[in-house]
Each structure stands twice: as structure tokens, then as C-alpha cells.
Design a protein around this ligand. Structure first.
Ligand code: DGJ
Length: 351
């Protein structure tokens, strides 16, 4: 039987079809939207909660990225011992881990190392400082090894802590802390080379010099082989990557939670000599690293040479509301270059 629609019914159907079309379009746009990095904007995990992984590092293991970072919550205070330099803090909670296969959507894997109030492990007491976790997988021992910055509230302890896990999502068992090479150790990162050798790169000598120490074969101790790099250059927030056989470092200066101009450097050998290449950031706000501070240089799996600059936008007066700044690193004339992008995705590496 033929249906002849009356004019109002026809208009209603047309409206429904149009609305459904709009909804579909919005859904597609929304999906595309979740696949864009938006530096400085609130970044929610797959459960809709803000990602809480500051000063972070990344492990890529068997097709999955694991993002480890400082869990920051609660009020920001300035302890009496830090009044002279305005060193604000939040109570230590632990390190948070998230997992992802696409770098945009992150599943909450929970706290993988927690602060503890018992006397057995004073390094992890909530009154202390726990920062900049970095994790590597040791293919020989099949263990996930995490190094971190352990400190007292006034940052005078300046130690390197190590923990180990059977799974990337932990839980990590805390082992101990050291003053490597008999020196202070604060901001730190790890770098695992293609031959499996791992290195720890850290601010030492009261943050004046960056040390690069080769780790033992099991990654649990310092091997004793180390160099002092960038003497007197006062760097923090070191991050290292390798590209076309060269090692690149991006770091910050030292100004507490306040942003400063980033530095970059290149070397043919990770143990040096290193050649400084200046501020890798360009354009407006390059002098303050777009309000951020480096934390990791992330190679994108499946895209040779593609590196993401991972940084934190710290809020020194409300540390728990700090955010993230991820930007693509472009290599031009063998120098890393970072420019502000309001919104971007991995296709920037395709051209
Ligand atoms: C700068 C460091 O890079 C951060 O990780 C943190 O330790 C702050 N200083 C504390 O003021």
C-alpha cells in the first residue's frame, strides 16, 4: 500500500532524519576530538577522572604504553623549612599508572607504589618527597625496574630510590635508596639503549651538574661507570631520546615550580661529549617552555623518528591541579624544535 504523508508528518520525519544526522556527525567529531592532544587542557582518563601522573615517564611494553607519574592530591602547603625559597608541597601519596594503546585514551591502573606511614620504610613516608618515576623492563631478569627521586620535605636528602615489579602495572616493591657516586641525586630520568644498557641521568652536586650513570646489568644499582656532564649549567627535568644514532637531551633550568627556558643538547655517545643546542622551543612563550617543564621524550611506536615532548604545567600554589603539555618534536638541521600547537594528533609525524 502506498503511503502518502501529510505535510506536518513529512516535516516531522525530515526533522528526525536531520537530527539523527547531526547526532551522528557530532559523534564522529567527538571521537576525532578525543584523538587530539590539547596541551594544558584538562585530560580525563577512560573513567572520566583527571589523569593524575605528574613528572611522568613512559614504558612501551608489548604493544601498550604505561604512563607512570606522581599522584598529587590534597592541599598545597609551604613547610616552615621551605619558607625562604617558597618550596610548596603536597603530602606524598604515591605513583599512579595508566595504560593505553593509542596515547589518547588512558585506562586507570591505580597506584603502583604507595606512601607508607610505618617506620619500616622512611623513604616513603607521606611527609617526604617522591618524584619523577621512570620505568624500564629488564629482558634478562624479566623485572620492571622503577627509579625515582626520594627526598625529605626540604629537599636536603637528595637520593635515588629503586623499586621492582613482576608486571608493568605493579605493584612495585620498594628496595632502597642511594646517593649514587657518593653524590646528591634529585630530578632524574632513565634511558634504555638499543643494546639493553640502561642509564640514569640526574641533577647532582646541588643541581649544578648533570650526572649520567650506567646502571648494572640488572638495573638495580649504579655500575660505577659515570660522567659529569653540563658542569655548572644547573639543569633539572632531564629527558633523553635517541634518533638516527644520536642522543638528544632536553632539560629545564632550576626555578622551582615556575617555568623557565628549556635547553637542548646532542651527543654521539650518551657518555658525552655533549654539545648544547640552545632552547628547542620557538614562538610565543618559548622562553617559559609554553608554561611547562620537560619530563620525558617519548618515541612513538611504529613511527621511526617521531618523538613527543612530554612536559608538566605545574601549579605551584595548587599542585594537585597541575596539568600536562605534550607537543611534537621536529628535528630540523639535526636540532630538536618544539612549537606550540593548540590541538594536534599523530598525523603531524607523517609529513
Ligand atoms: C623542580 C623539579 O623539576 C620538580 O620535579 C620539583 O622537584 C620542583 N622543583 C619542586 O620545587
Amino acid at each position: 500500500m502506498k503511503h502518502h504523508l501529510t505535510r506536518p508528518r513529512f516535516t516531522r520525519r525530515l526533522k528526525i532524519v536531520f537530527s539523527l544526522g547531526l547526532l551522528g556527525f557530532a559523534a564522529v567529531m567527538n571521537a576525532a576530538d578525543t584523538h587530539a592532544f590539547k596541551p594544558g587542557e584538562l585530560w580525563l582518563d577512560a573513567g572520566g577522572k583527571p589523569i593524575n601522573a605528574h613528572g611522568g615517564g613512559m614504558l612501551y611494553h608489548q604493544g601498550t604504553y604505561y604512563w607512570y607519574g606522581e599522584h598529587k592530591e590534597g592541599p598545597t602547603t609551604t613547610p616552615a623549612c621551605n619558607k625562604s625559597w617558597g618550596g610548596t608541597r603536597t603530602e606524598m601519596v604515591g605513583f599512579h599508572c595508566y595504560s593505553s594503546t593509542n596515547l589518547f585514551q588512558w585506562k586507570d591502573e591505580g597506584l603502583v607504589l604507595r606512601a607508607v606511614t610505618n617506620d619500616a620504610q622512611p623513604d616513603l613516608h607521606p611527609s617526604g618527597v617522591l618524584e619523577r618515576p621512570k620505568v624500564v623492563f629488564n629482558a634478562r631478569t624479566k623485572k620492571f625496574v622503577m627509579w625515582m627521586h626520594i627526598d625529605s620535605a626540604d629537599y636536603s636528602a637528595a637520593r635515588a630510590g629503586v623499586a621492582v615489579a613482576e608486571q608493568p602495572t605493579g605493584p612495585f616493591t620498594y628496595l632502597n635508596s642511594v646517593r649514587p657516586e657518593g653524590q646528591m641525586s634529585r630530578d632524574q630520568t632513565l634511558f634504555q639503549d638499543e643494546d639493553g644498557t640502561a642509564y640514569r641521568i640526574y641533577s647532582s652536586e646541588n643541581n649544578q651538574t648533570t650526572y649520567i650513570s650506567q646502571l648494572s646489568d640488572d638495573y638495580l644499582t649504579h655500575s660505577g661507570k659515570f660522567v659529569k656532564a653540563f658542569a655548572g649549567r644547573s639543569m633539572e627535568a632531564q629527558a633523553i631520546c635517541k634518533r638516527d644514532g644520536k642522543y638528544y637531551l632536553i632539560a629545564s633550568g632550576c626555578s622551582g615550580w615556575a617555568p623557565n627556558a628549556a635547553r637542548s643538547a646532542v651527543a654521539d655517545n650518551i657518555m658525552g661529549p655533549w654539545t648544547e643546542l640552545g632552547n628547542p622551543c620557538e614562538g610565543k612563550d618559548a622562553q617559559t617552555t609554553f608554561a611547562g617543564q620537560s619530563t620525558y621524550l617519548l618515541p612513538v611506536a611504529g613511527k621511526p623518528g617521531a618523538i613527543i615532548f612530554m612536559a608538566d604545567i605545574w601549579k605551584g600554589d595548587d599542585i594537585a591541579s597541575s596539568r600536562y603539555l605534550w607537543l611534537p618534536v621536529r628535528f630540523e638541521d639535526d636540532k630538536p624544535r618544539i612549537r606550540w600547537e593548540k590541538s594536534w594528533n599523530l598525523s603531524v609525524f607523517d609529513h
